[in-house]
Design a binder for this molecule. Sequence first.
Ligand SMILES: O=C(O)CCC(=O)C(=O)O
Length: 259
Amino acid sequence: MGIVAGEPLREPREVTDEEVAFYRKNGWVRLNQLIDRETCAALSARVQQRFVQGNAELEIPAFTVMLDLSDEDATLRAFSRSRGMARAASRLIGRPVRPFFDSTVVKLPASATGGETQWHQDSPYYPFDRTGTLNVWIPLVDCPPEKGSMRFISGSHRLGPLGRTTVTGENPLEMHPWILDEYEMSPPLDLAAGDATVVDHAVIHYAPPNQTETPRWVYTAMFFPADTLYIGAPHRRTDGLGLVVNEPLSHARFPVLAT
Ligand SMILES: O=C(O)CCC(=O)C(=O)O
């Protein structure tokens, strides 16, 4: 699917061979200006409009995730399922992808308790039989380290699942202190609006508090390998869809994206 006609959104740029190699080694990669400034501004306006519609009182809690934006918004759906987004995701993992969900993540200034996002993996929460799921995280405002750009334990996708630590409140780096002896933490990243970081769902990652005076707005889009089989574990995105255990997630919500 292309970007919707009439909307000021352009396709994300191509991912380079060097970026693919970095991602395969480290399980995360930085993509400078994945989307151009105008597209970022249009995406930002669209996301904020949806956010306001969904929050009649206009109160933004310290850390808010608004999920499944594409389900309700044709423009965001066209973007998240665009050829450029699909190409970027499938180039990084080396095979076709399906979209899982997209979201906006708003983190208020730390003075309003926009604190840190704890160290965790995403993989323990998904009903998938294999690795490869990734999340494209695009700040819609300039995002220096002090605003809360994410940090990653490079290569930690090879460790396997370390538990549902966001449920237990544990820190995987405290549970397994040797990890930091064997794996490096990524440097603080100074991201511009429209840059992206992409992270494998099994990489341990976190985000520092937002130490600035303005909210950190981020758009995310998650993709998983098209050949993934459904394992039947409960998940709000897959429950009740009639998916069959040990079969691919063949459902209109998860089309195999053209590249
Ligand atoms: O945006 C953040 O602060 C954290 C996001 C995150 O951890 C994730 O997308 O898994």
